[in-house]
Design a protein around this ligand. Structure first.
Ligand SMILES: Cc1cc2nc3c(=O)[nH]c(=O)nc-3n(C[C@H](O)[C@H](O)[C@H](O)COP(=O)(O)OP(=O)(O)OC[C@H]3O[C@@H](n4cnc5c(N)ncnc54)[C@H](O)[C@@H]3O)c2cc1C
Length: 564
């Protein structure tokens, strides 16, 4: 089965330590039980029990120390990070978040030439330490150019002054990787700050949750050469390259949350009898589950395929810079779509405080907004559109990357520039690999979109119109989404019925985006005509639909129930 079932972990790993980490993490949560999990969620204590477990079992030490920086069993391995992130999201976004911001905090450290700090970090991880990434500020949002964390010269070193906002783990982190600038000139800097230092002032937790998302202030905080992680262009690259690694994990949190919520919802709805029949006999309720399931499987197929490209990335192959932001913006918004669908099916049940769903319904909203909003990421991927459609390149075939090896390149990504020059492999062979009716309709829609771009590309006014670019970017994202799902279908034994069901919602979604694009104030006649042609009806096949319901969705009733 493609979906995670924590009680039947079945991913294969070639080492012994990784399955042990996954199994023990599941055991921690199952032993804690659903009642305590939810009690903590609503009472909001700091998750010391989880962090004690992490320390005792050396979980973050094994998972988050690159090979060669720590003990023999350590490596940074995206293949296993996926499942770990999925498991944490499955039990609660708060547990995923304390790991995630540790991942982000570690990024600038593992990318740094500062050996002493790297050594200190490896030791802190062995001691169960967590980490923090101090990038955001209260008044600047996505505009990190305008940082007000300023270092002024002080003897051989500097004094740091400024505030940071929305910094997870800022209360307890062993090191807060902090971004700022030098007082003179426009040089950026990343340095290590210690929350225990007297000049580090914790202002408050800005959210009401088990997470500590801090505001903190550095007042005349002394910085020496030994605290410096990166300077100048390297500091900027470290910020962006760290987010490149981190944003990928957001999709897995969404997948984990949606999967747990799905099990709970189908188990409730399929056993709820109204007017003498299960609720799932009603056509619209059944449709919500079938569509929700198809969307969930698609999320996972895409994110898994993106992992392959992340692991083969190199200075010559930077395709991951398209796929990663898509895991961030597309997979996470699809998570919202899944929760919306199944919430309509279970209605009042989703509010009850002893359901995982009540937590999922809130937390699923966070992921599209963290580490750059959906808008920022669509704007980012739009840069890739011309080369994607009109200037493909040859690359060697990429097989599934499930080897137990360290992902060296992630900490050596180089300059964050030159996105417009990146080329992609031709998307067409993926579409030619199937004959399922809805994939054929979708491929026609794609060619209409491509034709529109060739004949009437966005003009100068439209290039400045972010709404227009977002609408076009959504269609582009759907094409890439479909391509990687097709590339991964054989590896995960996705049958034609389910594939067709997946493409049914994709045809529908593309039609919706075409309507949005057509409706823009600046769309011209050629674009309007093309958009009208892109609006297509999916192929509905009642027999296929019933098979997906019976063989893949209905069987999830009771397939996983968390221990009390
Ligand atoms: C719970 C939580 C935890 C967080 N943890 C951390 C953390 O540990 N470390 C950290 O550094 N940060 C953290 N953040 C900050 C988070 O990454 C930012 O909230 C996020 O990047 C968006 O910034 P903003 O919310 O201030 O939106 P703003 O940047 O103020 O954006 C406002 C609007 O403008 C749009 N916009 C902005 N720029 C562009 C653009 N270039 N193109 C198109 N549209 C644009 C946005 O989409 C949005 O609609 C956290 C935030 C939250 C809520």
């Amino acid at each position: 089965m493609v979906l995670l079932n924590p009680k039947k972990l079945d991913r294969s790993y070639s080492d012994a330590r990784t399955p042990e980490i996954m199994r023990k993490t599941v055991e921690f949560f199952e032993q804690k039980g659903k009642a305590r999990l939810l009690e903590d969620y609503y009472d909001r204590p700091w998750y010391a029990d989880f962090l004690d477990f992490v320390r005792e079992e050396r979980i973050f030490a094994s998972m988050c120390t690159p090979e060669g920086e720590g003990a023999a069993d350590t490596r940074w391995d995206t293949w296993r990070n996926c499942e770990f992130a999925e498991i944490l999201g499955f039990y609660g976004l708060q547990y995923w978040y304390t790991w995630q911001v540790s991942v982000l905090g570690l990024g600038p450290i593992w990318m740094s030439p500062n050996k002493e700090l790297r050594k200190k970090t490896a030791a802190a991880l062995e001691d169960g330490g967590i980490f923090a990434f101090g990038l955001s500020e209260k008044t600047h949002g996505a505009d990190i150019y305008s940082t007000d964390m300023v270092l002024t010269k002080n003897g051989d070193g500097w004094l740091a002054n400024g505030r940071k906002y929305y910094i997870g783990n800022g209360n307890e982190a062993a090191i807060v990787s902090t971004f700022g600038r030098m007082e003179d000139g426009d040089e950026y800097i990343f340095f290590a700050a210690d929350p225990k230092h007297p000049n580090y002032h914790l202002v408050k937790n800005v959210v009401a949750s088990q997470n500590y998302v801090s505001e903190f202030e550095l007042r005349d905080y002394p910085i020496s050469q030994a605290d410096i992680l990166h300077r100048d262009r390297e500091a900027w690259n470290a910020a962006l390259n760290t987010v490149n690694i981190g944003k990928y994990n957001l999709g897995w949190a969404s997948i984990g949350i949606s999967t747990h919520a799905f099990y709970e919802a189908i188990t409730h709805a399929n056993n709820r009898v109204l007017y003498g029949s299960p609720v799932t006999d009603m056509s619209h309720v059944r449709r919500m589950f079938v569509e929700g399931y198809a969307r969930l499987v698609a999320m996972k197929l895409f994110a898994l395929r993106a992992s392959d490209y992340m692991r083969v990335a190199s200075p010559e192959d930077r395709r991951y810079l398209l796929y990663n932001p898509m895991v961030k913006m597309k997979v996470t918004t699809q998570g919202e779509a899944v929760i919306n669908l199944i919430w309509d099916a279970i209605a009042a049940k989703g509010f009850e405080k002893d359901t995982y769903f009540s937590q999922a319904a809130v937390d699923i909203r966070a992921l599209p907004k963290l580490e750059g909003t959906v808008h920022v990421n669509i704007a980012l991927i739009s840069k890739f559109m011309p080369n994607f459609f009109f200037n493909p390149a040859e690359y060697p075939e990429v097989a599934r990357q499930d080897q137990d090896r360290n992902d060296d390149f992630l900490f050596d990504q180089g300059s964050a520039r030159g996105l417009g020059q990146i080329q992609f492999h031709d998307y067409k062979p993926a579409f030619e690999s199937t004959n399922v009716p809805n994939a054929l309709v979708f491929a026609e829609q794609v060619e209409l979109f491509r034709g529109m771009l060739a004949e009437a590309p966005p003009g100068p006014d439209q290039m400045k119109d972010v709404d227009f670019l977002l609408a076009a970017g959504e269609i582009f994202a759907l094409v890439v989404y479909a391509q990687l799902i097709l590339e991964n279908r054989d590896g995960y034994a996705i049958g034609d019925d389910l594939l067709d069901q997946i493409f049914e919602f994709m045809v529908q979604d593309l039609s919706g985006h075409a309507l949005t694009l057509m409706s823009q104030s600046t769309s011209n006649d050629v674009q309007i005509t093309a958009c009208r042609e892109m609006m297509r009806k999916p192929d509905h096949d009642a027999a296929r639909y019933e098979r997906v319901w019976n063989d893949e969705v209905k069987v999830l009733d009771g397939a996983y129930v968390m221990n009390d």
